[in-house]
Ligand binder design. Sequence first.
Ligand code: SF4
Ligand code: SF4
Length: 371
Amino acid sequence: MIQTLNHVSEYKEELIYPAICRAFDALDIEKDMRPGLKVAIKPNLILAKSPDVPVTTHPLVIKAVARWLNEHGVTDITLAESSGGLYNAEYMGNIYRVCGMKQLEPQVRLNMDFSAKTVNCPEAFANHSFHIITPILEADYVINICKLKTHAMTGYSGGIKNLFGTIPGLEKPQLHYLWPDIKDFSRMLVELAQTVNPQVTVIDAIDAMEGNGPTGGTSHPLHMILAARDFYTQDYFAAKLMGLDPMNIEMIAQAVTLGLAKPDELKLIGDPIPDNLTPFQVPDSKKLDFSNYLPGPLGKIFAKFAAGVLKSYPQLDDNLCVGCGKCAESCPAHIIEIKNRKAVFKKKGCISCFCCQEMCPMKAISVKKAL
Ligand code: SF4
Ligand code: SF4
C-alpha cells in the first residue's frame, strides 16, 4: 500500500513536475503506459473559482501529470468532470475558463461530450447502478486529481469524494435525496469509488481548505502532493495529516471496514511528514458533535440527542445573497425559492446535505445548529 508524499512549496511548474515524476516512479506508473492509451483525468472543479483560492484542483498539477503522460508516449488525454451545477457546454465552458483549465489545451482535451451511461454494479452493492459521465467510462485509464478539503456534510473531501463528480450535473442532488443519512450517503460514495476505480489518485495539497469546505472555507497550505494507487488508504493517511480522526469520517471508516483501506499496511515513500503540521479547522456543521468519541452506549445516546438538537441547518445572510438561484438549483429537497432576488428557505424538508452552501458563489449561506 505505497503512499507517496512530496513537498512542493508553491504552485510553480518547475517544482510540481519533479514531484509528480518522483511520485509516479515510486508507484511504477510507467509499466501501465502504452501508445494509444486513452486517459481520463478527473479533477475537482466543483465551482467556477480562480485557482488562487483552494476550491478546485490547480491547473499546474494537472499540467504536470499531462506532461508526464506525454513524455511516456500518451497523448490521448481528456479532462472529465461534472461540476456542482449543470452539465452542458455553456456551464462547463465557463468552469474551464474561470478555473484556469484552458491553459491545458492542446495537450489535454477539455471534455465537451455531455452524455452519460448507466453502469450496473455487482449484486452486493446497495446502488444497483450508477449513471456516469461518458469520458470516464470510455477511458482505459483514470487519473483522479483532487483537492484536499474539509467538507460540511462528509467532514473530509479527498480521493473517494472527488469521484462524486463523475455523476452528471443535477443528478448529484438526486443521490443526496435518495441517501440523506450520512452512513447511506457514504456507502453510496464508496460504491461509486469501487465502480469508477481510478488507477492513480493525486491529491493537490500544496494549498488545501479548512473550515467550511468544500467551497466556503479558508486556505491551509500543506505544501505537498500525495499520490497513490490505493486511494482508500490515501484518504485515511491524508485525513490524519489534517489532524482529523479518519475513523470519524464515515466514508473512510466504511472503506476500512470493507477492507478497502489498509492503514496497517501503509508504506510511505518520498519526503518525511513535517513535524510542524497544525490541525485543520472543522466545518461549523461538525462542531459540537463528539458522539464518536464517547464509548459504546454513551456514544449512541448522545448521537440520538445530537441528531435532534445539534442537527445543522443552512442559514442565509440576506446582505450577501444576490439571488443567483444556484442554491435552489442544487437543493435536492426543492425547498429553496428565489423571491425578490433573495433565496427563501422553507422551514420543513431540509436534509442537511449543504449542497446549497457548497454551490453559493457569495458565501451567503452558513450553518446554524438547531440548539
Ligand atoms: S444564497 Fe447564494 S446561491 Fe443562493 S441565491 Fe443567494 S447568492 Fe445565489
Ligand atoms: S436547503 Fe440546503 S441543506 Fe437543506 S436540503 Fe436544500 S440544499 Fe440541502
